[in-house]
Design a protein around this ligand. Structure first.
Ligand code: NOJ
Length: 529
């Protein structure tokens, strides 16, 4: 050893926090969260102990998909503020010793983007090939059998030219043609624009789907496609061999990684894949620095399912420290709601989060997760999400405003009318009330984050899965640390003895292997043998 340390990237072992801008904090009182609002509330994120914020899209947009339909990649929508506000936010982030990652939405833009407008206006012009166009199929319908993530055909007709264009999301979100080098060049510039302004990286929206099959071949159909089935049932009627997970997307990641590396910035993929091997493929080589693993968002509280969902990617991905584990986001019901609601749901959510926080990688919390929030209630006439008229599919419940303190709109806004209603929060849900209670959900999440920060063994080194007679326990070891979750409905012996480093239900001191663990709880101990 010559004593020189190999320097690790700043994101290794970091803790992420997702800010959904619309619902985080409203500084100008118009009922919608904004960039100044985010700057005002950075203390909360810093106190929690997170390192890096991911900010959802704030770019100019018709907001058909709440900003994921970008009409100008290098600006700020007036709803959220101005470029000046953005620069001030970056400064505030720095002064809190935090980092800022922003959303890059490269799979599609808005149909109001100048590129698409020009493509429609002039089918012979240079912008036509920024998108994916095809003549109708032999029956006059869509050119192939692809369905969109939001249900229905992935093709819409442009009546003027008689051609169809591809959109894996809404018709207002035409997919960009990543086989066109001009599109590649445009995004190089967009990426540099924001890096030059000081961002620390990008979360790449829909990373798994950027490049499509060159010949746009039909996907193999594996079940009947029922057009009025739920969007996921429609999606699962096909094997997605040609529309997503094309190996060529890796070249784009490598290109962006190279640019980002000039700025010491990170590229995180919204790698929406549910097979560990597919995630492993996307995290190969010199491309993405990190990739989200979404499987824990769709599992039930059952030991085998949990173990599987965590163990799969750890074993498949060559370097598991590249995995970003999440159980929560602005796209899925909040975990306490999914896991039975009320305090049981909250306990189960923290039980699962504790497992994620004790694994390698970069876990992310979604705003409000640290408050133990359940989904907000949104009456039918207040719904905003274009997806799912059906409440069980709508994403509004997880997007209601953050309750900061008792009072008007729970401190989210000076206005009583907010873009989504407060969702039925109570004073006990607020950050302010929880801050002064050392048994609150906020206190427990803060302690969990602190555990992760002070135990280097949780960041590095192998994960050894442990067996136990009690089938309800999920347990693994990281160096001298053993983590045990009791996923069942009954108390069960811990099975290992040692000093308690953290417990979701406030156990302290030390435990012996026969100490009983409460149902829906996790304990983290330093083993004594
Ligand atoms: C994933 C985003 O998280 C979601 O909110 C959005 O609707 C789709 N990508 C399309 O951009």
């Amino acid at each position: 050893m010559n004593g020189a340390e190999i320097s690790q990237p700043w994101w290794k072992g970091a803790i992420g926090y997702e800010v959904y801008v619309r619902s985080f904090s409203d500084a100008n009182g118009d009922g919608v969260g904004d960039l100044k609002g985010v700057a005002d509330r950075l203390d909360h994120i810093a106190d929690l102990g997170a390192d890096v914020i991911w900010l959802t899209p704030f770019y100019p947009s018709p907001m058909v998909d709440m900003g994921y339909d970008v009409s100008d990649y290098c600006g700020v929508d007036p709803l959220f503020g101005s470029l000046e506000d953005f620069d001030e936010l970056i400064e505030a982030v720095r002064s809190h010793s935090l980092r800022l990652v922003i959303d890059l939405v490269p799979n599609h833009c808005s149909n109001r983007h100048m590129w698409f407008q020009a493509a429609i206006a002039d089918p012979q012009g240079p912008y036509r090939d920024y998108f994916i166009w095809r003549d109708p199929g032999p029956d006059g319908g869509p050119p192939n059998n692809w369905v969109g993530y939001f249900g229905g055909s992935a093709w819409s007709l442009d009546p003027a030219s008689g051609q169809y264009y591809l959109h894996l999301f809404l018709p207002e979100q035409p997919d960009l043609n990543w086989r066109n080098p001009a599109v590649v060049d445009e995004f190089d510039e967009i990426i540099r624009f924001w890096l030059d302004r000081g961002v620390d990286g990008f979360r790449v929206d829909v990373a798994q789907a950027l490049v499509k099959d060159l010949e746009l071949r039909d996907n193999p159909q594996v079940a009947p496609w029922v057009p009025d089935a739920t969007r996921w049932e429609q999606w699962e009627a096909f094997e997605h061999r040609y529309d997503v997970n094309q190996i060529e997307s890796l070249d784009l990641f490598a290109r962006w990684r190279q640019i980002a590396a000039e700025y010491d910035a990170v590229i995180i993929g919204e790698t929406y894949v549910l097979e560990p091997e597919t995630l492993a493929q996307m995290l190969r080589g010199d491309g993405l620095d990190l990739g989200f693993w979404f499987k824990p968002m769709s599992i039930d509280i059952a030991a085998e399912e949990i173990r599987e969902a965590l163990r799969g990617p750890i074993e498949a991905v060559a370097d598991p420290s590249m995995i970003s584990f999440v159980i929560s986001s602005h796209d899925e019901p909040r975990p306490p709601t999914r896991f039975g609601g009320g305090d049981l749901g909250r306990r189960r959510a923290l039980m699962l989060s504790t497992l994620l926080f004790c694994l390698p990688g970069v876990p992310f919390l979604y705003q409000g997760e640290e408050l133990g929030l359940v989904d907000g209630i949104v009456a039918e006439d207040r719904r905003a999400d274009p997806v799912g008229a059906d409440v069980s599919l709508s994403r509004d419940g997880c997007r209601t405003p953050i309750p900061w303190e008792p009072g008007v709109s729970f401190g989210f806004s000076a206005s009583e009318v907010t873009w989504l209603p407060d969702g039925g929060r109570t004073d006990a849900d607020t950050a302010k009330v929880q801050r002064s209670d050392d048994r609150s959900w906020l206190a427990r999440y803060r302690a969990l984050v602190a555990l992760r920060r002070r135990e280097p063994e949780l960041v590095d080194g192998p994960v050894v899965w442990l067996d136990h007679d009690n089938p309800a326990l999920v347990a693994f070891r990281r160096g001298t640390v053993v983590v045990v979750a009791n996923t069942g409905d009954d108390r069960g012996a811990v099975g290992w003895s040692g000093d308690v480093l953290y417990s979701t239900v406030g156990l302290g001191g030390s435990v012996s292997s026969s100490t009983e663990l409460e149902p829906a709880s996790t304990i983290v101990i330093r083993i004594s043998n």
